[in-house]
Design a protein around this ligand. Sequence first.
Ligand code: ZN
Length: 338
Amino acid sequence: MQSKVLTRLALLLPLVLFLGAGCASDSQVRAQADEAHTALEPALITDAELAGYLQQIGERVSTAAQALDKQHVGPKSHFKEDNSWMFSTEDFHLVNSEQLNAFTTGGSHMYIYAQLMQSCKTEDELAAVVAHEFAHVYSRHVHKGMERQMWTLGGAAALGAAGYAAGGEEHGTEYAAYGMALGMVAGNFLGLGFTRDDEAEADKWGFEFYVRAGWDPARFGDFFQSLIDKGYDTTPEWQSDHPTLASRVQAAKQRAAALPPEAEDWRTLPVALASRFEELKLRAGQIAKTTPKDTALGKAQLLLRSVRSCLLPVDSPAQKDAQAQLKAAVAEAQAAQP
Ligand SMILES: [Zn+2]
């Protein structure tokens, strides 16, 4: 029991160091991302064909980004620390969620929701979202979010350890599941989210990776346009911490028009041609629908639902509901502490 508590406390060490230092380092963000990943694992779609496909798209994006890194091209925040891990350890995960979203925890993990893949008309749309997520990592945006959220996060993390320690021999595992998964990780997830500037910057660098990786420059804004067509762009910009979808489509068009002539040579075939892409979408939908929904999957899906939107100007009612549920779980666990 004692050693388990020590293990839990050891997990918090990077966080304690971070609170002391006041700014987030790569190792802290990556440790937090790995911790979050453990909580999301039950929702991963591990089907070899689908997982392999998404990974191939991701690796094309990261290879293009690595070429820019070698030329020392990128935002200032990209050149703060050694970047080699970004191009060697990244994992692009397809996750079983009905939410229309994608996000990254800033370390080696990028998450694309099955619902989002199913909503893409072409691989270009999917690749644009993957490139956007990778650009958040490339620009170290999660580090900034971690700094903004350090007290919330610190509180929730401490709660995770305290919850475990208070659980005693008999209820140790139960408290650990509650305290860690819905205490530390909930605080972690409630803290995730990017600013309007982060989103605009991720679009900017995502576009650069996407075109150099060979997809159609004219299609980068298509997914945002499809969201506008579905009526998602009705929130005035001042009410949202995201750029409007219309401004994101507009910026993509301007970037495509401003490409140098050699950009023609960057074009290459998609990983999956149109008919194959349709098959993969169907497969994702079938797997998502037929996976038995046990408690572990339910918890992971609640976390996935709670993540703030990377794409929509405001969070959907389902997202807000999941955030409220997590906040309630944190409060309840806090109240249960001696
Ligand atoms: Zn984003």
